[in-house]
Write a protein that binds this ligand. Structure first.
Ligand SMILES: N[C@@H](CCC(=O)N[C@@H](CS)C(=O)NCC(=O)O)C(=O)O
Length: 217
């Protein structure tokens, strides 16, 4: 790994899961540039973007010219590159359990969020969108109950805030945007408010609002 500061460029879309590395980069005090990808306009399918990520998804973190994809990998790279930010727990078993949670968010929760935004990607039968959304929300509510137990009586998933908290914040934010009420989940609601109060998240919200205003269409 380059010991001097690497040049970092985050390809992101407002609201999307690429906001997780945005927050973590900010928590780490890293210098980074951003490139907005307009998902609504289909920019992720452009030849230029597909060269960075043939899976046509944000986030992509370009590190000294080399693209890295997948939130779990990006977050773990950030943890290694910026150890002072303590984005992951250091104790080996806690590190492994944190990886387990990140993998669950990426491969369990996130795939149940996407059908709320893009039901047509999951079923092309006529008038099936509501049914696809209903099935996805059933899963999300089940996952919320699991997370609620895990967070009960705790401020963070581990002893201090980690990237696991940031990633889960994004999951909860998306759930609410899709109409899921967090009120019955006291620990999740409190966790959401706790993460949202962090300066890095407040910066994100301002950055996102500014981006959305600048690119309104
Ligand atoms: N497994 C990927 C998922 C990334 C993902 O699904 N990103 C969405 C935004 S939240 C995206 O770019 N969608 C564009 C598309 O599906 O074409 C990760 O965790 O980084």
């Amino acid at each position: 790994m380059n010991a001097s500061a690497p040049k970092l460029v985050l390809h992101y879309a407002p609201i999307a899961c690429s906001m997780v590395p945005w927050i973590c980069l900010t928590e780490a005090g890293a210098a980074f540039e951003t490139v907005r990808v307009d998902l609504k306009a289909g920019q992720q399918m452009s030849a230029e973007f597909l060269r960075l990520n043939p899976k046509h998804r944000v986030p992509v973190l370009v590190i000294d010219g080399e693209p890295l994809t997948e939130n779990v990998a990006i977050l773990q790279w950030l943890d290694r590159r910026f150890p002072q930010a303590a984005l992951m727990p250091t104790e080996p078993m806690a590190y492994t359990r944190a990886t387990s949670l990140l993998a669950w968010f990426a491969s369990g929760i996130h795939p149940a969020l996407t059908p709320n935004a893009l039901p047509q990607r999951f079923c092309d039968l006529p008038d099936s969108a509501d049914s696809v959304r209903r099935c996805a929300q059933k899963l999300l509510v089940e996952y919320l109950a699991i997370a609620e137990q895990r967070l009960a009586g705790r401020d963070w998933f581990f002893d201090a805030r980690t990237c696991v908290d940031i990633y889960f914040y994004w999951c909860l934010r998306r759930m609410q945007q899709f109409g899921i009420d967090l009120a019955p989940y006291a620990a999740c609601s409190a966790h959401f408010a706790r993460v949202q109060a962090r300066p890095a998240v407040q910066s994100l919200l301002a950055f996102e609002a500014e981006t959305l205003r600048a690119f309104a269409h």
